[in-house]
Design a binder for this molecule. Structure first.
Ligand SMILES: CC(C)(COP(=O)(O)OP(=O)(O)OC[C@H]1O[C@@H](n2cnc3c(N)ncnc32)[C@H](O)[C@@H]1OP(=O)(O)O)[C@@H](O)C(=O)NCCC(=O)NCCS
Length: 191
């Protein structure tokens, strides 16, 4: 489930207590990636507030970790509370890890989570000249309907099934196991 990732990389959901790691990752983005992630210039304070809000109920952030450090993220944010049918997804990968397949895996996981939560329309605010994001979206054309003439792309994930729920549960279990193993190896390394 972690195939095609750069060396030492792993993808798992971030936990509520890890919003500081999310903030630090977003602050490390180079200026161009930061502008693309937030569709314009934003301050460090804005980023800190945004990252803290990732701990809110319903928000799902998949993280790409390298040696325990968060280097990429995909944020899924339902619109409103309760059983939202629409939501928003946004992606951020630190420059040295871009164009290595991380975004593709994060989008795949995000679509699975959206599907399992009954989200029917997923918006992605993407600058019209963001070729990489457009190419990434095209790989999921079966599930996505994009109109890059505007800055908003919409996806229409298929319904959840027992299998899709199991796939997400298995990915979560794998994420927990790998983070425990990683914490253990860091402890042993420090001893
Ligand atoms: C956009 C982003 C999420 C893509 O993730 P990524 O890990 O770099 O992308 P991937 O390696 O999975 O590649 C996705 C596709 O884009 C293609 N691609 C890679 N670099 C590219 C480039 N410079 N121009 C055009 N296409 C490119 C890849 O070939 C791949 O398609 P393929 O598998 O059909 O060959 C990532 O680069 C990023 O975080 N950028 C800054 C923030 C941003 O733009 N966020 C999106 C707005 S929400």
């Amino acid at each position: 489930m972690q195939d095609h990732l750069p060396d030492g990389g792993a993808v798992r959901k971030i936990w509520v207590g890890e919003t500081d790691a999310y903030r630090d990752h977003l602050l490390r983005l180079d200026p161009e990636s930061r502008a693309r992630r937030f569709s314009g210039g934003v301050s460090d304070e804005f980023i800190a507030r945004h990252a803290a809000s990732a701990g809110e109920v319903g928000v799902v952030v998949h993280g790409f970790f390298v040696d325990g450090v968060l280097r990429g993220a995909a944020e899924l944010r339902p619109y409103g509370t309760g059983f939202a049918r629409e939501g928003e997804a946004a992606f951020s990968i630190e420059q040295p890890w871009q164009s290595q397949g991380v975004g593709s895996l994060l989008l795949e996981r995000t679509l699975l989570s959206a599907r399992n939560r009954g989200i029917k329309h997923l918006h992605m605010h993407c600058l019209a000249d963001n070729k990489r994001m457009q190419q990434l979206a095209r790989k999921f054309e079966a599930d996505l309907h994009f109109d890059f003439g505007s800055v908003v792309g919409e996806v229409d994930p298929p319904r959840s099934t027992v299998l899709s729920l199991m796939r997400e549960a298995m990915a979560d279990a794998h994420g927990v196991t790998s983070s425990i193993l990683e914490a253990q190896s860091r402890l042993l390394g420090a001893a």
